[in-house]
Design a protein around this ligand. Structure first.
Ligand code: SAH
Length: 214
């Protein structure tokens, strides 16, 4: 498999043609070897235009959705970022290239440990991972400039808005278990402004401030 060629087509056809413009975001998606983050038996599909199962009932997001969420966060490079839902670690690696430091929380212990080992092997030095309920945030490392939640919530978890700096942004899928709207929240003088980006479907955020049970 010529993964570099597949990666270039992914960036050209799935990201640029659909309107991703931020040059640094495109550079990061060109650079990170997505096939390293999916189970070996499906690595030939790593650059395909859909989400993939990564075990434990979880998924690695479609490349376009990961790129769109990243672009929504408008990185300058100096940010401290909180990620909820480490999963495969692919999005984590992208964030690590575009910001100063990434703090990532995954609720499934074995998945967090596996991903932590992979990111270490790939020599990422500005990522810290912990196993916990991410809806509670990471108070010891707060406040954060950016927060990304890669699982669906019915409301923005309150502890996360409290751990966001003034002028900061959160991106998350907001809605019901079966369908959500990708939403960007900007904090300005302690007010939250919401803007809706597009419909999306993510696995549920499970935790104290996660998806309401219906
Ligand atoms: N960004 C990941 C997406 C993984 S799917 C990737 O592209 O690979 C969403 C992840 O969120 C799952 O791994 C799930 O276990 C995790 N998750 C769900 N609720 C969580 C919570 N409250 N805290 C931390 N992680 C959570």
């Amino acid at each position: 498999m010529d993964y570099a060629a597949l990666r270039k087509s992914m960036v050209d056809e799935q990201l640029i043609q659909r309107g991703i413009k931020d040059k640094k975001v495109l550079w990061a998606f060109y650079k990170v070897e997505r096939h390293r983050f999916v189970p070996k038996d499906i690595s030939d599909n790593a650059y395909a235009d859909f989400p993939l199962a990564i075990g434990a009932g979880q998924t690695i997001s479609q490349p376009y959705m990961a790129a769109l969420m990243t672009e929504c966060l408008a990185f300058s490079g100096s940010e401290r970022v909180l990620e909820i839902g480490t999963g495969s670690g692919y999005q984590t690696a992208i964030l690590a290239l575009l910001s100063k430091e990434v703090f990532s929380i995954e609720r499934i212990g074995p998945l967090a440990k596996k991903t932590e080992a992979l990111l270490k092997e790939l020599a990422y030095v500005n990522i810290k991972i912990k196993t916990d309920d991410g809806t509670l945030g990471w108070p010891e490392e707060s406040p954060f400039d950016r927060i990304i939640i890669t699982a669906a919530a019915s409301e923005v978890p309150l502890p996360l808005t409290e751990q966001l700096k003034d002028g900061g942004k959160i991106v998350l899928p907001l809605g019901e278990a079966s369908s959500q709207v990708l939403t960007v929240i900007s904090k300005k003088e302690d007010r939250l402004e919401l803007s809706q980006v597009c419909p999306c479907v993510f696995v549920p955020l499970i935790g104290k401030f996660g998806m309401r049970q219906s």
